[in-house]
Design a protein around this ligand. Sequence first.
Ligand code: PHE
Length: 329
Amino acid sequence: MLDKIDSARKNFDEALTKVNDLTSLEELRIKYLSRKGIITQIVDSLKDVPKEEKPAAGKAVNELKNYTNRIFDDLKKSFESEKKKSDSFIDLTLPGRERVIGSKHIITQTLDEIKDIFKGLGFSVYEGPELENDYNNFTALNFPADHPARDMQDTFFVTEDFLLRTHTSPVQVRLMTSKKPPLRALMPGKVYRNEAVSAKSYCLFHQVEGLVVDTDVTFAELKGTLVAFVKQFFGKSVQYRFRPSFFPFTEPSAEMDIWWEPKGKEGRWMEILGCGMVDPNVLENVGIDSEKYIGYAFGMGIERTAMRKYGIDDIRILFDNDKRFLTQF
Ligand code: PHE
């Protein structure tokens, strides 16, 4: 009898390892504890056990019964709570949660577009630091020591020698001192000017600088490149003009305007960039032989260009980070 009880317990333990849900648990319970179940049958057969063996056999059967009952109760509880949990967590009929996906800022989009156009014209992209020294921002670019642009009114000086760059032209200097011509480079980035904030100007904006240095560069090529750019960027029918201008680091220099007609307002010419042939002094400052090499450069303001393209009339809205504005693009 005791052997029978022992092997029933072993079989039960083994069967238990295959139980993994309420259904298989119930099957096991029926097999062992129902009216015709294995343990019930053992209890019934107690009456045939010789008298002197009865106490020990009875005790063993009771233990087995209690043991299996406890396991069934515990497992049942844990399966039920697991089921409850999974039932309440996964409701496949619920609508999905909407995820808010950010978008590129309109200035980044514009920069990407400009980069793509110039990459198509054979330019490579370079970047320089926003914290610049006075030499790269001014001196190397042929600004005389007393030039008004160095004045505290325009420039955010950080120390006597360091400042927040006022244009991307210092990246020209960095590139020409570190790389040998021929060069065909596009240099985008943020620039800073200490100006009163208004609808037209902000203390921070973006520029894209262009620089080509080679032995046979011409002003006609500079014009051709910029015309190709505005036609791709604004559309073939864009109206443009070049005006003579002055920059310390280019000679001759020009500015390019495009015709802007804001909806419902009178049209006018709007300046989008400055350009010119790299001044031989600048080439000498960076150690390039100005007898052998010629260069052209241009620098354009991105905010203005984007505002013209998308019909925005206040530059400040580009820096407010108001989602109602940003998500329109
Ligand atoms: N750096 C000039 C500016 O900020 C633009 C410029 C760049 C002009 C290159 C000529 C050549 O206004």
